[in-house]
Design a protein around this ligand. Structure first.
Ligand SMILES: Nc1ncnc2c1ncn2[C@@H]1O[C@H](COP(=O)(O)OP(=O)(O)OP(=O)(O)O)[C@@H](O)[C@H]1O
Ligand SMILES: [Mg+2]
Ligand SMILES: [Mg+2]
Length: 657
């Protein structure tokens, strides 16, 4: 690790540009674009990290005293975001708008640009080529990071009827000032995907390394290799831990520059108002498996409610917000929950973060209703008086209470505090039903009861010791999900992105009759095709899918879709997520999912069946290749086919980090 970081110091020349980047001056966008190009040109993660470290080191060293904004903006541009997730300022400008801007700023004809897009499949490249084939009389004024950042933000924020024209005019202005490779990355940023294979965790590690190297250079002392190595490693761990508790660069970056890597943990802690990424569970196929894992440990079984994850925050000043599993602010979707909330909070409870499931219930009988009912609710601008589907909150964890984060306390303690500081309100707020019974019979009985009550099954959780701490953003082995479906021999469902469509036949010629699905690899930032799905759709469903997907049609697969041998009739911008069940996974010469993980060949789903649209997941939240490889290996194991080497250990969590 230290070698790649050490190398970063000597690589600062590579990412630097000649002139124009003086101490205290704004960061030239050309330097960032150059860094992106170098990162894009290599597939090695270590190389990518060291290039980015080199660039960020220069940013730190050349920022004026007290300037935290330069680093912050560079980090945002590297992960292609403009604000923390929960603020929801997003790019993702449509193809036609960008084409229009390219035409306007370069004077090329619409037909030429479109033809080239068809050939290249990458609008960024088309923009760059268009710029470079244009004769310019004088050199434009160089772009700077703050200028690009604020313009991107203005584009993302502009709404209303004249916003299209406004956006085109800003983009045209930006493109007019582009030189070299800049247009390529600006256009890709606008599209919402940088496609340089730079996962967010790479960026976090690079930030940590750059900060340590800057500290070292500033101190002027030569540190021993051991010291440097341990400081680098610690800093990377620290920043990952801190960011998973407080996922806001707006908070973390200035604190990092101010107090340094060693004191960052004290400074940045879970804060009500800033949603953290929820802890996730691993699937299990049988009660026996649960007992193997939790043998001789204290654990609890809870009902697994079939609703929507809801993280409820209350700040000291009384502000309440409800966040989805995606950190989206759901207060607009659930004004009734916000209104109900005060009744379940005891007087002594001033500030908190609750982890809970929001579940639809019948108004009169108070019986639980399936997820489908909940998804009938509008997602925006809901008025309390129009609400048909009532929602009850089932709380299962308490992460913060009266000024204190509780993540590092055992679940038994967190649960006690939860029960002590909140009170159940009929039809509005309940504690998740739990049983701490530990024999097979007890678990079996509780599982059946949960299903009878309208739940999906159980969540089994470690109660004591470090293993029961809350692990943000991790799919942890300390939380196991035991769904009734699994017991029937069906594995866990997958959440997949629709990337292509096949025209229907016979009665279905006006809609798509089948679809190409893909999983998402966060490491390489690419969508990997996994199967064609065409059965299990009613006519109405096909019609509604057509209406959703038609506007997302693209001329070619987007550059980040790893196609393999699939040949759909049309391509879609990867955006819509479907939950799918499968009877069987098999190796495939056609599809690219999890290629290289089990074997050179990819893995595909046999007989996939559509369950529902996952409006609460974005394309990047789709199931990843590691999970698919794990499912395949479990299946091979269950079929007694032990020939394949097992990857990783039983305890290998595959969390975000
Ligand atoms: N008692 C509970 N404890 C924790 N989570 C619960 C509980 N009851 C219901 N849930 C829900 O179950 C979800 C985890 O299971 P499930 O696999 O069905 O979810 P998912 O949204 O498909 O996510 P993923 O498949 O990515 O884990 C949680 O995110 C939460 O929304
Ligand atoms: Mg669920
Ligand atoms: Mg799931």
């Amino acid at each position: 690790m230290w070698r790649s970081a050490e190398k970063a110091i000597s690589r600062t020349d590579e990412v630097d540009i000649e002139g124009g980047w003086k101490v205290g001056a704004p960061v030239p966008y050309a330097a960032l674009a150059k860094t992106f190009a170098l990162i894009e040109a290599t597939t090695k993660r270590i190389e990518k990290t060291s290039l980015l470290t080199a660039f960020l080191l220069l940013v730190i060293q050349r920022s004026a005293e007290g300037d935290t904004k330069s680093l912050l903006q560079c980090v945002y541009l590297c992960i292609n975001r403009l604000s923390p997730d929960y603020v929801g300022i997003e790019l993702g400008i449509g193809e036609s708008l960008l084409v229009k801007a390219i035409v306007e700023s370069t004077g090329r004809s619409l037909a030429t640009v479109k033809a080239e897009l068809k050939k290249e499949g990458d609008l960024g490249l088309v923009a760059m080529n268009s710029k470079n084939s244009q004769k310019t009389l004088f050199k434009p004024k160089p772009l700077t990071v703050p200028f690009v950042f604020s313009n991107l933000k203005e584009i993302a924020l502009s709404t209303g009827h004249s916003s299209q024209a406004r956006k085109v005019s800003i983009i045209t202005k930006l493109l007019a000032a582009c030189q070299g490779q800049e247009a390529k990355y600006i256009v890709r940023s606008l599209e919402g995907k940088l496609r340089i294979g730079n996962a967010e965790r790479t960026v976090l590690v690079a930030v940590a390394h750059a900060a340590v190297l800057a500290e070292k250079e500033k101190a002027g002392k030569r540190w021993s290799n051991e010291k440097l190595a341990s400081r680098l490693e610690e800093a990377a761990e620290t920043i990952k831990a801190v960011y998973s508790e407080l996922p806001s660069y707006d908070e973390v970056i200035p604190a990092l520059l101010e107090v340094g890597t060693e004191r960052l943990r004290e400074r940045c802690k879970l804060t009500p108002g800033v949603p953290l990424k929820p802890m996730l569970a691993k699937p299990t196929k049988a009660i026996g498996e649960v007992l193997d894992r939790f043998e001789n440990k204290r654990f609890t079984c809870e009902y697994k409610y079939d609703g929507e994850r809801a993280q409820v925050h209350k700040k000291e000043d009384g502000t309440v917000s409800i966040f989805s599993r995606n950190s989206e602010d759901m207060s607009k979707k659930y004004p009734d929950l916000v209104e109900q909330l005060p009744r379940c909070i005891k007087d002594t409870t001033k500030s908190f973060v609750l982890d809970a499931e929001a579940v639809a219930i019948d108004k009169d009988t108070k019986k639980l209703m399936p997820f489908q009912e909940l998804s009938r609710r509008k997602r925006k601008d809901v008025k309390v008086e129009d609400i048909q589907v009532r929602v009850c909150l089932f709380a299962f964890d308490l992460l913060y209470l009266n000024g204190e984060p509780l993540l590092h306390k055992p679940l038994a303690e967190r649960r006690e505090l939860l029960r002590e500081h909140f009170q159940p309100v009929d039809g509005e707020f309940q504690f998740a039903k739990a049983s701490d019974g530990s024999t097979t019979d007890e678990i079996q009985a509780f599982l059946e009861e949960s299903v009878k009550d309208g739940c999906e099954g159980l969540m089994v959780k470690m109660l004591e010791s470090d293993a029961s701490h809350y692990e943000p953003s991790r799919r942890s082995v300390n939380w196991l999900k035991l769904k009734k479906d699994y017991l029937a021999g069906v594995g866990d469902s997958l959440d997949l992105v629709v990337v292509g469509g096949y025209y229907g036949k016979g009665k279905r010629t006006n809609v798509y009759g089948a679809f190409l699905l893909a999983c998402y690899d966060a490491d390489s930032e690419e969508y990997q095709t996994i199967c064609k799905i065409g059965t299990g759709f009613s006519e109405e469903m096909l019609q509604s899918h057509y209406e959703t997907l038609k506007p997302l049609e693209m001329q070619k697969p987007r550059g980040d879709v790893k196609v393999g041998g699939a040949k759909p009739d049309v391509w879609f911008e990867p955006k819509i997520v479907w939950e799918v069940l499968t009877a069987d996974l098999s190796l495939s010469p056609i599809y690219t999912a999890a290629q290289g993980l089990v074997e050179e060949r990819g893995i595909s789903l046999r007989f996939p069946r559509f369950i529902r649209v996952r409006g609460d997941k974005s394309a990047d939240d789709a199931t990843g290749p590691e999970q698919i490889a794990e499912m395949y290996e479990r299946q091979a194991l269950a079929q007694g086919n032990n020939g394949k080497k097992k990857r990783g250990g039983e305890d290998g969590d595959d969390g975000f980090w």
